[in-house]
Design a binder for this molecule. Structure first.
Ligand code: 9MR
Length: 371
């Protein structure tokens, strides 16, 4: 009698326990997958998602975030010429090697940045023993030695290189930047840099990398350079849009026109240094003015969310030509834009906040309907 009357109760309790177990398990699964899923997973069918790193980012909470969110990395500074070859024949590999081993260990791809630039270039490369400028032949030989050593060392580990960085002048009345490379070699240094890199690693993809690639005047200058390289048979695979953008620019049509223009040359595009400053573009250094606010207001955040949503929508649409999207720094905790160009002014350009928590813009970038 008592057994018979207790049976429905027992069965109800068992069902409740069972349901409870299912719910707990589903919650655990969700927690696990949202922990393991990141930008890289959301964009698996599109392109790798990268981030620029320094050695200090490869330990602790930032390293964890990199592994969860990204599947490509770029050395923010460690592979630049001044860092790698501070004196002629003296190569400093330690930091770059550590970045490569972190990537290899965690199955992350590496973009190389960069082989030839007017900044972060050691002075010795332009000077002879007499302190005067070297000849074009000597400078090209030095460039060749540098590129050959660096590209060879990371052959098979670096899948794409920024070969020449920022060679176009900001002044639309001039074509090439009046750098020491240009003063000594004329425009030949550009083609030569690509040839040296290709000879050292015929498999690596080679990029010309610049900023403001979508401003019409600069776009046309870059187009002219790339077209002349292609016409001469120079091994250039694509153009890097640095994408140091802001709430003001680029607008959708400028971004689309730039992608269309360069890809009409048969070139691929990589977004190499993405961030979205909350301030308008400036290039000259200055101090923060006392009356200048650097608060990240809700209004600014909403505009940033909309901008990130727009640019990623366009990137997805052009997934056939865009082969990588890389952020320049991990989170708002550290961004080069916190000191540049306005010293002492905070910026909030990335998808993660100072505590490495996803910002609203992150969810906007990650939650999209398939296109
Ligand atoms: O983020 C880099 C910063 O730490 C360096 O001090 C700076 C030196 O000029 O270079 C920054 O990275 C630049 C990149 O190499 C090329 N495009 C512009 C980037 C931001 O200045």
């Amino acid at each position: 009698m008592s057994r018979a009357t207790n049976f429905p109760k027992l069965s109800r309790s068992l069902s409740i326990c069972f349901l409870l177990l299912i719910t707990i398990n589903a919650q655990a699964q969700r927690a696990k997958s949202s922990h393991q899923q990141g930008l890289k997973d959301a964009y698996k069918k599109y392109f790798p998602i990268g981030v620029a790193v320094a050695l200090r980012n490869l330990h602790g909470d930032e390293a964890q975030l990199i592994k969860t969110q990204f599947n490509s990395i770029t050395a923010e500074n460690a592979m630049k010429m001044a860092a790698i070859q501070p004196k002629e024949g003296v190569f400093y590999w330690k930091d770059a090697d550590s970045i490569i081993s972190f990537a290899v260990k965690n199955g992350i791809k590496v973009r190389g940045h960069n082989l030839c630039w007017h900044e972060q270039t050691p002075d010795w490369i332009f000077k002879g023993a007499d302190g005067k400028a070297v000849t074009k032949t000597v400078l090209l030989q030095r460039l060749k030695t540098h590129i050959t050593r660096v590209v060879n060392r990371y052959k098979g580990k670096i899948y794409a290189w920024d070969v020449v960085n920022e060679a176009i002048d900001d002044n639309p009345n001039h074509f090439l930047r009046d750098s020491k490379w240009y003063q000594i070699c004329g425009e030949d240094f550009i083609a030569k840099a690509f040839e040296y890199a290709h000879a050292a690693d015929p498999v690596a993809k080679l990029y010309y990398n610049d900023y403001n690639t979508e401003r019409p005047e600069k776009r046309e200058q870059i187009y002219r350079l790339l077209k002349s390289l292609k016409d001469k048979g120079v091994p250039v695979d694509g153009v890097g849009f640095q994408a140091h953008w802001s709430l003001q620019e680029p607008d959708e049509s400028a971004l689309r026109s730039a992608i269309e223009r360069y890809s009409s040359l048969g070139l691929k595009i990589q977004i190499t240094e993405l961030d979205l400053s909350i301030y308008p573009w400036e290039i000259s250094k200055r101090m923060k003015r006392p009356d200048e606010s650097d608060v990240f207001t809700a209004e600014l955040e909403n505009r940033q969310v909309a901008k990130y949503a727009m640019v990623f929508k366009v990137f997805r649409e052009y997934k056939n030509v865009i082969t990588n999207v890389t952020f320049w720094n991990i989170s708002d905790r550290y961004s080069w834009l916190n000191e540049f160009p306005v010293m002492g002014r905070k910026n909030y350009p990335l998808l993660f906040d100072r505590n490495l928590q996803p910002k609203k813009a992150y969810w906007e970038v990650i939650n999209f309907k398939n296109q």
